[in-house]
Design a protein around this ligand. Structure first.
Ligand code: NAG
Ligand code: NAG
Ligand code: NAG
Ligand code: NAG
Length: 440
């Protein structure tokens, strides 16, 4: 039905596409990019008394801890994991670096800090760069109206109070520096629920004044089963021959991983997420699942974080919710014997990282707030490709154009959807030899 309408608009779509490169925006709403898990640069400084290996440095000045591929090589990964991991304190419900390790997130406010994850700007670590580049072609300027909001992605919103305080100041600064023009937030992945948490805590008058719209790319609104897989087996970052065990130690220490577990709001207690001959687990049993790995801290972290955005309260700003689809995405894990056998993965629909039901959860707000909620599905665009694929970044550019009022939003969205559906590109998961860095 919608398909027929879309097809008949194809010619019109092509015509509009031809015109778009010549658009010169009348108004540039300042843009703040908010990254997801893994999308900020972190530096460390060491003054340790012990380390996992005699080769690991114990003392150092500030150095790049994330992302720094040299530190992820097999010979160095255990040193890296010991510096990157967090320790959980169940008395205070907070996490901190191990003794003798200091970390800091670099580049607050600066868009270049979220364009690449590796400060040396290696091509494999490209993050918001391609989208920022498209916007620069529309007249945006890095030092004028493009901003970055990096944060310690190892933590969940309950431990990011400073980030949210700084975020509010940055929004007001961007507004003020641009002739009192309201701001567009562009969030990827975990950046989306983090910004939802933030917006849920601002007054409506403040949002009306300062926020023009929130554009979310592959938002993990309600967690994903993939997070359970990351917990269970670690993620060896695809092509890199690095130790999954070291990565696992680090990943399992992150409250943000607990925050990304499937939500009880969208998964029901009769759906088996982990199946085995000896025991089955549903969303109600995620603690038992962690305990099966003798990892109780993760259960505490899950308790601390599971209700932070559980109700998915409407953000109270205009939303453009973009995400991929039709990419095989972990839906269930099947063990012969839990946990010893290790899981086989059963795939369902999603963007390769986030399950479909979580990606589309933004839709419910169209009934719950007066500000419009636009939903745009980009078939075959995987969780990270939405940041780099030329169709996806072009679509995002058009969304920004429509926000300025240069064109009708409905027209732009229909146009983008048409192109996506007509493109029918084959799905190539990880092109060439690019290492896949999993950023939830
Ligand atoms: C390093 O830690 C030791 C205690 O373990 C302390 O005495 C020393 O002052 C620290 N050095 C620096 C530079 O902070
Ligand atoms: C942003 O970071 C880049 C790269 O580190 C640097 O060259 C630039 O001066 C920074 N801009 C601001 C405004 O701090
Ligand atoms: C787990 O679920 C599967 C499929 O629903 C079922 O066949 C199996 O008996 C269950 N195992 C246990 C231990 O309940
Ligand atoms: C899973 O949770 C349900 C509901 O709380 C409980 O009845 C069941 O015993 C739990 N299963 C396991 C394996 O812990």
């Amino acid at each position: 039905m919608a398909g027929q309408k879309l097809t008949s608009n194809l010619m019109l779509g092509a015509f509009i596409l031809y015109l778009v490169p010549f658009v010169c925006l009348a108004v540039h709403h300042p843009v703040i990019f908010v990254p997801g898990d893994g999308g900020s640069q972190i530096e460390a400084r060491l003054n340790k008394t012990s380390s996992p290996h005699y080769m690991c440095a114990k003392k150092s000045d500030w150095f790049d801890l994330w992302l720094n591929i040299e530190l992820m090589m097999p010979s160095a990964i255990s040193c890296w994991a010991d510096n990157m991991r967090l320790m959980y304190d169940k008395e205070t419900h907070t996490s901190h670096s191990p003794p003798g390790v200091e970390t800091r997130v670099v580049g607050w406010g600066n868009v270049s800090s979220v364009e690449y994850i590796d400060p040396s700007q290696n091509g494999y670590s490209v993050y918001f760069h391609k989208i920022a580049d498209r916007l620069r072609k529309l007249g945006y300027k890095s030092d004028k109206n493009l901003y970055g909001a990096p944060y310690d992605f190892r933590k969940a919103p309950n431990e990011l109070a400073d980030f949210f305080t700084n975020m509010k100041t940055l929004v007001e600064k961007a507004y003020g520096e641009n002739d009192n023009t309201p701001v567009i937030l562009i969030c990827h992945s975990m950046g989306a629920p983090n910004m939802l948490y933030f917006l849920n805590r601002q007054k409506q008058a403040w949002k009306d004044k300062y926020i023009r719209a929130m554009v979310t790319l592959a938002g993990v609104w309600a967690g994903t089963v993939r997070a359970m897989k990351v917990f269970a087996v670690g993620d060896n970052l695809g092509a890199w021959l690095i130790s999954t065990d070291s990565i696992k130690i680090e990943e399992r220490s992150n409250p943000s991983l607990a925050f990304l577990m499937p939500s009880e709001k969208l998964w029901s207690e009769d759906e088996i997420l982990v199946e085995s001959d000896n025991v089955n687990f549903t969303v109600k049993n995620i603690s038992e699942f962690f305990n099966g790995y003798a990892y109780p801290d993760m259960s505490f972290m899950r308790e601390d974080t599971k209700d932070l955005v559980k109700d998915l309260k409407a953000p109270g700003v205009e939303v453009y919710c973009l995400h991929g689809a039709s990419v095989p995405t972990t839906e269930r894990m099947v063990y012969r014997s839990f946990p010893a056998s290790g899981p086989n993965l059963i795939y369902g629909d999603g963007d390769g990282t986030v399950n479909m039901r979580s990606l589309v959860a933004c839709n419910k707000w169209s009934q719950e707030q007066r500000q419009p909620v636009h939903h745009l599905v980009l078939p075959h665009i995987d969780h990270l490709a939405i940041l780099t694929d030329s169709h996806a970044t072009e679509a995002i550019k058009k969304v920004i154009i429509s926000i300025t009022g240069e064109r009708e939003t409905s027209e732009v969205l229909e146009d983008v959807q048409n192109e996506e559906e007509s493109a029918r590109r084959p799905f190539i998961p990880y092109p060439g030899l690019m290492p896949r860095i999993d950023i939830v």
